[in-house]
Unconditional design. Structure first.
Length: 132
């Protein structure tokens, strides 16, 4: 899944986007050093979403060349399991929180266009990220 996501220039990919019947997503979050920090989370659950929201433009590998603004909680706690079946709890803020929420939405049958405003085709506008 990581190689599929990288070839598509995405930052996240859920199992059901590639026809796998499991609760799993991978994410490669860009770091300051230019290399991504990789996550593979099984059975993810969003816990304690913050009341503070932020709006940002999103895209999706499942809906190529379509973008729109989505409002999501700024901070979440994600629980699940890693590839070694160890329980994980991640407090996520900003972009990483957004990617995790986007991917969990996929696993729950929700595509970003179900939540997006100002949908448009083309390229990502400045200061935005293309998620998966």
């Amino acid at each position: 899944m990581r190689s599929i996501m990288r070839r598509a220039n995405g930052v996240g990919l859920s199992a059901n986007q590639v026809g796998l019947d499991m609760q799993l997503f991978v994410a490669g979050i860009p770091q300051r050093n230019g290399r991504p920090k990789w996550y593979a989370i099984f059975n993810p659950k969003i816990e304690r979403p913050s009341k503070e929201q932020f709006t940002m433009e999103e895209g999706c590998l499942s809906v190529p060349n379509t973008y729109g603004t989505v409002t999501r909680p700024k901070e979440i706690v994600l629980t699940g399991f890693d590839k070694h079946q160890r329980a994980v709890t991640i407090r996520a803020t900003g972009l990483i929180a957004r990617v995790f929420q986007h991917e969990v939405d996929h696993l729950n049958g929700i595509v970003f266009i179900d939540k997006a405003q100002n949908l448009h085709e083309g390229t990502v506008e400045s200061d935005t990220e293309d998620t998966a």
